[in-house]
Design a protein. Structure first.
Length: 245
């Protein structure tokens, strides 16, 4: 299960990397992210993890931390999307996490997404099974000569640098986190046409949304799941910079 959130870039002595890791641990029962991985792919214990995280900036984010279980890996890291590649020419702080796709991991995903996104002060994010996330990523066209259509008849979406604002989500996923600003930007919720989505949505204590497209994890080989994703893109033409208005 792949989880990604997009937030304002880190600045100065920013406490968000530590808050993000704490949020993930609180949301995933029994999880302890007390290790990192060296450049030689060796596990490194972190007895003073929070102090290490506060100092170990890398690529505008923070190095990977994990749970030291090769049979049940959970991990999270952060990086910066430079301004030249960002929406509205703004740099972004990206947080990437991986969760196991078993029953416990799936059950925790919505809470982990909300906790990580709120700790990062994210504009938007999503959590999606890896296979579906690869196909969704292929919707983005970064070059004029990239003429291959997206898989499954999904719509073409613009590259992040072509988006006008970081508040507008770049794409959809299985579970979608939309900040209050992102929800306003795409026009969600509209009670007259969002009843189905609202039935699978919840609002966080701070007013953000976690919107689930399908009850089970998104599988684009399932016609009902593919139809749900396509309907969501039709409902929100702002997502991916597809609106012509």
């Amino acid at each position: 299960m792949t989880l990604i959130v997009y937030a304002p870039a880190l600045v100065g002595d920013d406490s968000r990397p530590v808050a993000v890791v704490h949020g993930m641990e609180r949301a995933f029962p029994g999880l302890r992210l007390g290790w990192s991985v060296s450049d030689d792919h060796e596990l490194i214990p972190l007895p003073q993890r929070d102090r290490w995280l506060a100092q170990a900036r890398r690529n505008g984010g923070f190095p990977l931390v994990c749970n030291n279980d090769e049979h049940y890996p959970v991990m999270i890291s952060g990086l910066e999307l430079p301004a030249m590649f960002g929406p509205g020419r703004q740099a972004l702080f990206e947080v990437h996490a991986e969760l196991p796709p078993d029953a416990a991991g799936i059950a925790a995903t919505a809470d982990v997404l909300a906790a990580v996104a709120e700790a990062a002060r994210a504009y938007w994010g999503h959590a999606t099974p890896f296979r579906a996330s690869v196909d969704i990523a292929r919707q983005t066209k970064n070059r004029p000569d990239d003429l291959e259509p997206p898989p499954h008849g999904l719509p073409v979406i613009k590259s992040p640098s072509a988006m006008r604002s970081p508040e507008i989500p770049h794409r959809l996923g299985w579970l979608n986190y939309w900040s209050a600003a992102a929800a306003r930007a795409i026009g969600f919720p509209d009670p007259s046409c969002d009843a189905e989505l609202l039935a699978r949505s919840r609002r966080t204590a701070t007013g953000e949304w976690v919107v689930r497209l399908t009850d089970a994890p998104l599988d684009l080989d399932n016609p009902a799941h593919l139809d749900a994703l396509k309907r969501a893109y039709e409902r929100f033409p702002e997502i991916g910079g597809r609106s012509t208005s």
